[in-house]
Write a protein that binds this ligand. Structure first.
Ligand code: BGC
Length: 833
C-alpha cells in the first residue's frame, strides 16, 4: 500500500467535505453517544470511538465486564524519568485500544502539580513543565506510532477540582506560557498529538471551550496545531461561542451544543459555514490518520497488533522502575531471604520472617478514581507478590493493622450483592452481580440489554457477613431517592440531590453516611438499597450510577493495631503498606488534607516502635504526610502501581530489581509548609498569584524545606558525579561512577541557574530550574558517560510586551545534580542575546 502524500490526503478530505450537507457536517462535530462520532457512509467514513485513559483503555462500557490492562498511575510513569518507558506504555495501551475497537485514547493528562491537594494529582505527571513534556512526548509517540490517536488534556490550567466546571483561573500571561502551556507546546512540536481536550475551567474570564485567544490564537495560529480540539465531557455550553472559540467536537452526544443546534445557528446567520467546514476538515483529517476515511491511507500503515508487547510484563516493568526509595537507614533493603527464613536475631522470642501489615497489602489500591478508572482483569497484591517470590518456608503473616478509611468505603469485603432492574410493573428487566456495591451504567450498557426507558427502579440487594461486632455504618453514593434497609432496620429513606453538586457527582462524588446498625460478627444480614428514580440525565449523559458504602465499627482499630504490633514483634522485618482511598484521591473533588486516612500514622509509629526493621510502603498517587518518616528503617513509595504492583514490589523488596524512580514532584513534610496549596476559588476565581513559582521553584525561596526534594530517590547502589563539560553546541557531558556493590541505574539531572540573579531587564526567575535529564546505568566501580543537550528555551522568558520568547543573555551555571536540592558539579556558559 502506498502512503498518500499530504496533497492526496487533502484531496480525499476536500472531496468528502464537498459531498456533505450542513446537517451531516454538524452531526459529525457532536458525539452520537457517550464515546463516539457518527459514521457517514455516504463519504466512506466509519464511526470513531474514544475512551479514557490514561492507565488503561476502559472501552465504551464502565463495568468490570470489560477489563483492561491497568498500568501504574501517571505520577509513577513520570517517576521513571524515562520517556522511552512512557513510549512503551503508549504502545501497550494502543494494543489495548486495537483490541477494544477504540481509535482515540483520551490521555495523557499533562496539567501540572500546582498543589498537592489537587484531586487528580495522581493523574498528572509532575510539577515541572519539562519533565511533563518529555514523559508526555514519549507516551503520545508510543500511542500514535501504533496507529491510535492520543489526546493532550486538559487545555489548560485544569490543575484542581473544586468548582471545576465554573472556576475562573486567573493566570498571568508569562506564567501561562512558561509553565502551564509549555508542556502542550513542546509535546505538540515533538509528537503531534492528533487531539487536544479543552478543559472545564475558565482562564482569565473565558471558559476554555470558548477561549478564542488560546485555542484559535495560540494553539492553531502560533503553534500551527492541525489536530482536533474536543471538549471535555459536558464542557461545551454555547453553540456560537464554542465553534467561534475554536472547539471542533462537543462531547458527549447526542444532545449537545453542536449537531442540530449548530446547523440552526448557521442557518440563522450566527455562525459562518466556513467555520464549520474548518472543524469538519480537522475531524476528517483525524479519521484519515486513523484509517477511518475511505480512500485515505492511515498515518500508520501497519499498526501494532495485539500481543506484540506483553501487557503484564510492561505493567510490572513500569511499576518497578517507578518506585522511589526515600529512606533505607539502617539498610534493611533489599531484604535478605536467608535471614528471613532463619531465627530472628533481634528478638529471641520471635519466629522470624515477615509481618506484612495493612489493608492495602491484601486489597491493593492500584489506581486512582474518577474517569481514570479502568477494571483490571486480575491484580497482584503485595501479599500475592511476596508469597510467590519468597523462598518456600519463609514465614509470612498478614494482618490488617488499621481501617484504611476515615469514612465509608465501597461495599465489597463481606458483601455479596447484585443489582436488580425492574420496570414500573415490577417485572425484572435485568440483573448483574456487583463485586464492589457500585453501579456505573450508561444508558447504552444496561445489564441484560434492559431498555433504559423501561427501567423504573434498581435495587442493590444481597447479604453482608460482618467481620466484627458493633455498629456498622452504611452510606449511599449517587443522587436520587433511596431506601436503605439492613436486616429489619430502615437506615435511610429520602432524597439526595444537593443543589450545588458537581454535574458529574453521581459518578464521581463521595459517599454520604446514612446511619449505623449493630451487627454480630459472622451473622449474615440482608441488605437492600432501592433507588426508585435511579436514572440520571445531565445534558447528554443518561445512566444509572449509585452505590452502597460501608464502614467497619469504629474502635476496632485498637484491636487491629495491637494485633499488628504483636505480629511486628514476632517477625524479623515488618512491612507496613499504607494507602489512600478513592474518597481521598479521585476526580470531582480536591483533598482537604495530606494526612493518611484512618489511623494509619499511629499504626506505623506503633509498629516501628515494636520492630526497628520496619519498612513502610506508601501506596498513594500523590504526596501524603509521613510524620513517622525519621522513625522507620525504610520508606518505599510505590504510587498507584497498577495490576502488577505486588509482583513489582516483591522484585524490589527482595532485590531482584532496583527501585530506580525519582520524585516527579516535591514531597512536603506538612501541608501547612507547602508554599502553594490553595485550590478553593473565592467568588468563583482561583488566582495563580504565585506566578511561575510552584513546586521546587517555590520551595527554593521558602523558609521551610520539604521532606524530600523534587528529583530525589535512592537506589541500591551509590553514585558519584566525577566530571562535567559543555561543548559549543551546548551539549553537557557528565561522567559518573557507580560507587556501590551492585549494578544500578540513576537519573542525571541538569539545572540551570543565572550566575547573576538580578539580571538587568529580566523578570524574576527561580534560583535554578530543570533544563535536561537522562538515565544512566553501570556495573559496580564502573563509569558511565551521559550527554544532555540544553534547549534554547532553558534560557528564555516570555516577553509580555513583545508577545514572544526572549533569550536572556548573561552567565549561567549549569549544575549536574542528584535532585533539585543536591547539585554535584557545575560548569558555566555565557549566553548572548
Ligand atoms: C474528565 C476527562 C475524561 C472525560 C471522559 C471528564 O470528566 O475530566 O478527563 O476524559 O470525563 O470520561
Amino acid at each position: 500500500m502506498t502512503v498518500p502524500t499530504d496533497l492526496s490526503r487533502t484531496d480525499v478530505i476536500e472531496a468528502a467535505l464537498a459531498r456533505l450537507d450542513l446537517d451531516a457536517k454538524t452531526r459529525l462535530l457532536a458525539g452520537q453517544d457517550l464515546w463516539s462520532l457518527p459514521a457517514l457512509p455516504e463519504i466512506g467514513l466509519a464511526s470513531l470511538v474514544m475512551s479514557d485513559g490514561p492507565v488503561g483503555v476502559r472501552g465504551s462500557g464502565w463495568t468490570p465486564d470489560d477489563p483492561s490492562l491497568t498500568l501504574p498511575s501517571p505520577t509513577a510513569l513520570a517517576a521513571s524519568w524515562d520517556p522511552e518507558l512512557a513510549r512503551l506504555a503508549g504502545r501497550v495501551l494502543a494494543q489495548e485500544a486495537h483490541r477494544k475497537g477504540v481509535h482515540v485514547l483520551l490521555a495523557p493528562t499533562i496539567n501540572l502539580h500546582r498543589s498537592p491537594l489537587g484531586g487528580r494529582h495522581f493523574e498528572a505527571y509532575s510539577e515541572d513543565p519539562l519533565l511533563t513534556a518529555r514523559i508526555g512526548t514519549g507516551y503520545v509517540t508510543g500511542v500514535q506510532e501504533s496507529g491510535v490517536a492520543a489526546t493532550l488534556k486538559h487545555f489548560v490550567a485544569n490543575d484542581a477540582e473544586t468548582e471545576r466546571f465554573t472556576v475562573d483561573n486567573h493566570v498571568d500571561e508569562r506564567t501561562l506560557r512558561e509553565l502551564y502551556l509549555a508542556p502542550f507546546e513542546e509535546i505538540i512540536a515533538a509528537a503531534s498529538p492528533w487531539l487536544i481536550m479543552s478543559a472545564y475551567n475558565a482562564v482569565n474570564g473565558s471558559t476554555m471551550t470558548e477561549h478564542r485567544a488560546l485555542q484559535a490564537g495560540v494553539l492553531r495560529g502560533e503553534w500551527g496545531y492541525d489536530g482536533v480540539v474536543v471538549s471535555d465531557w459536558l464542557a461545551a455550553r454555547d453553540t456560537v461561542r464554542a465553534i467561534d472559540g475554536g472547539l471542533d467536537v462537543a462531547m458527549p452526544g447526542p444532545h449537545t451544543v453542536f449537531g442540530p443546534a449548530l446547523a440552526t445557528a448557521v442557518r440563522a446567520g450566527k455562525v459562518a459555514e466556513e467555520t464549520v467546514d474548518a472543524a469538519v476538515r480537522r475531524v476528517l483529517l483525524l479519521a484519515a490518520r486513523l484509517g477511518l476515511l475511505a480512500g485515505a491511507a492511515p498515518a500508520v500503515p501497519a499498526p501494532l497488533r495485539p500481543s506484540a508487547v506483553s501487557g503484564a510484563a510492561c505493567a510490572r516493568e513500569i511499576a518497578t522502575r517507578s518506585f522511589v526509595l526515600l529512606r533505607n537507614d539502617p539498610q534493611v533493603l533489599p531484604l535478605n531471604p536467608t535471614r528471613l527464613g532463619g531465627p530472628r536475631s533481634l528478638n529471641p522470642a520471635g519466629i522470624g520472617g515477615i509481618a506484612l501489615i495493612g489493608h492495602a497489602a491484601r486489597h491493593a489500591r492500584i489506581l486512582g478514581g474518577g474517569s481514570a478508572t479502568v477494571f483490571p482483569r486480575s491484580v497482584v497484591s503485595p501479599l500475592d507478590g511476596l508469597r510467590a517470590a519468597l523462598p518456600e518456608g519463609t514465614p509470612l503473616t498478614w494482618v490488617r493493622g488499621a481501617d484504611l478509611s476515615d469514612g465509608l468505603s465501597p461495599a465489597s469485603d463481606g458483601f455479596t450483592l447484585r443489582a436488580v432492574l425492574r420496570d414500573a410493573s415490577g417485572v425484572v428487566r435485568g440483573e448483574q452481580p456487583l463485586p464492589d456495591g457500585r453501579i456505573r451504567w450508561m444508558a447504552e450498557t444496561l445489564p441484560g440489554g434492559a431498555d433504559f426507558d423501561a427501567v423504573d427502579s434498581v435495587e442493590l440487594v444481597g447479604t453482608f457477613v460482618p467481620r466484627a461486632d458493633g455498629p456498622h455504618e452504611f452510606g449511599t453514593r449517587g443522587l436520587g431517592t433511596f431506601r436503605l434497609t439492613i436486616g429489619d432496620a430502615t437506615v435511610y429513606d429520602g432524597v439526595h440531590r444537593p443543589a450545588d453538586a458537581d454535574p458529574l457527582a453521581a459518578i464521581t462524588g463521595p459517599p454520604v453516611a446514612r446511619g449505623a446498625v449493630d451487627l454480630v460478627a459472622g451473622e449474615p444480614v440482608e441488605v437492600s438499597l432501592l433507588a426508585s428514580d435511579p436514572k440520571m440525565t445531565y445534558g447528554s449523559l443518561r445512566g444509572v450510577t449509585f452505590g452502597l458504602a460501608h464502614r467497619e465499627p469504629i474502635g476496632q482499630d485498637d484491636e487491629l493495631i495491637e494485633e499488628a504490633v504483636a505480629a511486628a514483634l514476632a517477625a524479623d522485618t515488618a512491612i507496613v503498606v499504607v494507602a489512600t482511598t478513592e474518597t481521598v484521591e479521585s476526580e470531582g473533588f480536591d483533598r482537604g488534607s495530606l494526612r493518611l486516612p484512618g489511623r494509619q500514622d499511629e499504626l506505623v509509629s506503633r509498629v516501628a516502635a515494636a520492630n526497628p526493621r520496619t519498612v513502610v510502603v506508601v501506596n498513594a498517587g500523590a504526596p501524603v504526610e509521613m510524620p513517622w518518616r525519621d522513625d522507620v528503617a525504610a520508606i518505599l513509595l510505590t504510587w498507584f502501581p497498577g495490576e502488577q504492583g505486588g509482583a513489582a514490589l516483591a522484585d524490589v523488596l527482595l532485590g531482584r530489581a532496583e527501585p530506580s524512580g525519582r520524585l516527579p514532584t516535591t514531597w512536603p513534610g506538612r501541608l501547612d509548609e507547602v508554599p502553594v496549596h490553595r485550590v478553593t476559588p473565592q467568588d468563583g476565581v482561583l488566582r495563580y498569584d504565585e506566578e511561575g513559582f510552584i513546586g521546587y521553584r517555590a520551595w527554593q525561596r521558602h523558609d521551610s524545606k520539604p521532606a524530600y526534594p523534587f528529583g530525589f530517590g535512592l537506589g541500591y547502589t551509590g553514585w558519584e558525579h566525577e566530571h562535567i563539560e559543555l561543548d559549543e553546541a551546548r551539549t553537557v557531558r557528565v561522567r559518573l561512577r557507580n560507587t556501590g556493590r551492585r549494578h544500578g541505574r540513576t537519573v542525571v539531572q541538569l539545572y540551570v541557574a543565572p550566575a547573576d540573579r538580578a539580571t538587568a531587564d529580566c523578570p524574576p526567575r527561580p534560583e535554578r530550574w530543570l533544563a535536561g535529564f537522562t538515565s544512566a546505568s553501570a556495573d559496580p566501580g564502573q563509569t558511565a558517560q551521559v550527554e544532555i543537550p540544553l534547549p534554547e528555551r532553558a534560557f528564555q522568558v516570555w516577553d509580555t510586551t513583545a508577545g514572544s520568547w526572549r533569550t536572556v543573555p548573561g552567565r549561567y551555571i549549569v549544575h549536574a545534580a542528584h535532585d533539585a536540592a543536591t547539585p554535584t558539579l557545575a560548569t558555566e556558559l555565557h549566553i548572548t542575546g
